[in-house]
Design a protein around this ligand. Structure first.
Ligand code: ZN
Length: 151
């Protein structure tokens, strides 16, 4: 089901999200909705609080593929890159953000199995942006030159 994407100003975007404890049908339904909502919005990533659910789950859709990260944590972050970002919860804006160029995270999938992944470049940027959402941080908190987006 496509869900409404919460916009900046809604307090749910500022919550410290809770870890997922149950890997059940409710989590699967949440992730399915997040995937559908992300695809509909043609975004690169979406965090659960962006559809009003303050739990630690994000989905990312990039060149490398579509990923679901539940209870993600950084193992390390290396290098830096500066580039333009936008956010489905901050419509019509873009800004430059400095992020690590390479990251490793640990996470669980929807069944609760543990994995790790190394991501670089835009994939790393998308992960950092989405994980920030789980701690109530928006890219506009870190960006310079926030401007109206071109499309
Ligand atoms: Zn965002």
């Amino acid at each position: 089901m496509i869900r409404e994407i919460v916009q900046v100003g809604d307090p749910v975007l500022r919550e410290i999200c809770k870890p997922v404890e149950r890997f059940d049908g409710e989590l699967s339904a949440l992730l399915d909705d997040m995937k559908e909502t992300l695809r509909d919005a043609e975004g690169a990533g979406l965090a659960a609080p962006q559809i009003g659910v303050p739990v630690r789950a994000v989905v990312v859709d990039v060149e490398e593929g579509y990923f679901e990260f539940v209870n993600p944590v950084f193992v390390w972050q290396k290098g830096e890159q500066t580039g333009s970002e936008g956010c489905l919860s901050v419509r019509g804006k873009a800004g430059n953000v400095c992020r690590p160029s390479k990251v490793k995270i640990l996470f669980r999938d929807r069944k609760g199995d543990r994995y790790s992944i190394v991501a670089r470049d835009f994939f790393a940027r998308a992960i950092c942006h989405e994980l920030d959402h789980l701690d109530g941080i928006l890219y506009t908190d870190k960006a310079t030159g926030v401007r109206d987006a071109e499309d």
